[in-house]
Design a protein around this ligand. Structure first.
Ligand SMILES: Cc1cc2nc3c(=O)[nH]c(=O)nc-3n(C[C@H](O)[C@H](O)[C@H](O)COP(=O)(O)OP(=O)(O)OC[C@H]3O[C@@H](n4cnc5c(N)ncnc54)[C@H](O)[C@@H]3O)c2cc1C
Length: 416
């Protein structure tokens, strides 16, 4: 079924009885050409592009919960291509271009909104760093505008510009940055993959990876054994646990990141605002809720919920930046498990086991990467060679020293 405005109107007129489930609910087959572990954004987009770009049809995505139950449905939805380092910048640039055509590609409204992202700066030194980053973004073919203090005031008049600790000096505007509806991205890719014949198997936890003589043979799951010629590990916050099933120890720590949403308000924040010095960022959803978040919870955990000290910290940072936020009531908060690498950049690579591939290490920036990650992981799995824009995301860089430390902050996870 193709979705269209006409379809919405006719269904509305005739009782909405003609809608069909967006994807099938198949039983697992005994064997697939490719199995993807993890039905998050990256797993679903990998399956979609394996089918779409490389013509594979006998594919399964195995998800231990329901599709979209992980970070893909828990993030704060910022989409941007404002990276500095070669290796990262061309990858995220590619991703943003895929975002710009995603709704037409998937025939699904993912509510991608290029409302502009503004990164604030608070000192001369920070201004220089952002000017340099902006130039790199423009060199890469993306967009960036350096705003002075008055330029920011014109767009965001409600901020506290004269805060004693962090007076606002200006901001780097990334006009093509913005947001999208996170779970719609999972649903759109799921529906797209299903239409290309991919089996999406929910409530199917992978409990073991079968390897014989250094070659992957399949997986053990809570719904039985499944043979597979190729297996992709795309489990985000649980990547360490999944890779351990293949005897691997990843350079990844799992940390909690919380997010918050207020009651619905009339439109007040038109952009996405990032207040890096305070570890705070905010946007307003189409339903009116202010969506915001802050720093990691600072301890490794697999619990998808956070603790109160970080709630206090995030609220303080929000009040510092825009005191008016104190009038809004927080409606909900939640946490997700972040797969943090020591340099803050991801891994899309083969493993030392033939037929076993790895896509992880998305830190707290993997939502915007969903299209390009799937594109590049599918390329790797189908051709056994890294895609041009993802060739620096190697697993062995932590051994060779060719790391991609975007912020130059070393292995301090919350500063990536
Ligand atoms: C609060 C918060 C805010 C964020 N904000 C942003 C943002 O603004 N912009 C941005 O770009 N990124 C953001 N992120 C990061 C982004 O959400 C993640 O990097 C990205 O979603 C991770 O990839 P994924 O979607 O594939 O993960 P997930 O959705 O977590 O997918 C992994 C899936 O694997 C499944 N799985 C795990 N183990 C197994 C197993 N053994 N068997 C079967 N299935 C298994 C899990 O159940 C899960 O569904 C944020 C994250 C959080 C939590």
């Amino acid at each position: 079924m193709r979705y269209s405005g006409l379809k919405v109107i006719t269904e509305g007129l005739f009782g909405n009885k003609g809608w069909k489930p967006a994807w099938r609910d198949p039983a697992p087959k005994a064997e697939y050409d490719a199995v993807i572990i993890g039905g998050g954004g990256h797993g679903l987009s990998t399956a979609y592009y394996l089918a779409k770009n490389h013509g594979l049809r006998n594919i399964a995505v195995l998800e231990k919960g329901y599709l979209g139950s992980g970070n893909i449905g828990r993030n704060t939805t910022i989409v941007r291509a404002n990276y500095f380092l070669p290796g990262n910048s061309e990858f995220y640039s590619h991703s943003l271009k895929l975002w710009e055509g995603l709704e037409a590609e998937l025939n699904y409204n993912v509510m991608h909104s290029q409302r502009g992202l503004i990164n604030l700066f608070h000192s001369d030194g920070q201004r220089d760093a952002f000017a340099r980053r902006g130039n790199m973004m423009i060199n890469q073919g993306d967009d960036a505008v350096l705003l002075d203090r008055e330029g920011v005031r014109e767009l965001l008049p409600y901020l506290d510009f004269d805060n004693t600790r962090f007076p606002i000096y200006g901001g780097l505007l990334h006009p093509r940055g913005g947001s999208a509806r996170h779970d719609a991205v999972a649903w759109g890719y799921a529906r797209g993959a299903d239409r290309l014949g991919v089996d999406l198997i929910q409530n199917c936890e992978v409990t073991g990876i079968d390897i014989e003589n250094g070659v992957v043979k399949g997986v053990q799951t809570t719904r039985g054994a499944i043979r597979a010629k190729k297996v992709g590990m795309v489990a985000a916050g649980r990547s360490g646990l999944v890779a351990a099933m293949a005897g691997m120890r990843l350079p990844v720590e799992s940390h909690i990141l919380q997010a918050f949403v207020t009651e619905g308000l009339k439109p007040v924040i038109d952009h996405v605002i990032s207040f890096g010095m305070g570890h705070f960022y905010i946007s307003q959803s189409d339903k009116g809720g202010l969506v915001f978040g802050g720093d990691l919870d600072f301890y490794a955990s697999y619990a998808a919920r956070g603790n109160l000290p970080m709630v206090e910290h995030v609220m303080e940072a929000g009040m510092t930046l825009m005191p008016m936020i104190g009038r809004a009531k927080v409606l909900r908060s939640w946490g997700g498990i972040m797969d943090m690498t020591p340099d803050g950049s991801p891994i899309i690579d083969k493993t030392n086991i033939e037929g076993l591939y790895l896509d992880c290490g998305w830190n707290y920036g993997g939502f915007k990467a969903v299209p390009a990650s799937g594109w590049c992981m599918a390329h790797l799995m189908a051709t056994d060679t890294p895609h041009e824009v993802a060739k620096r995301f190697r697993l062995d860089r932590f051994r060779t020293g060719q790391i991609l430390d975007e912020e130059g902050t070393g292995s301090q996870h919350n500063l990536h």
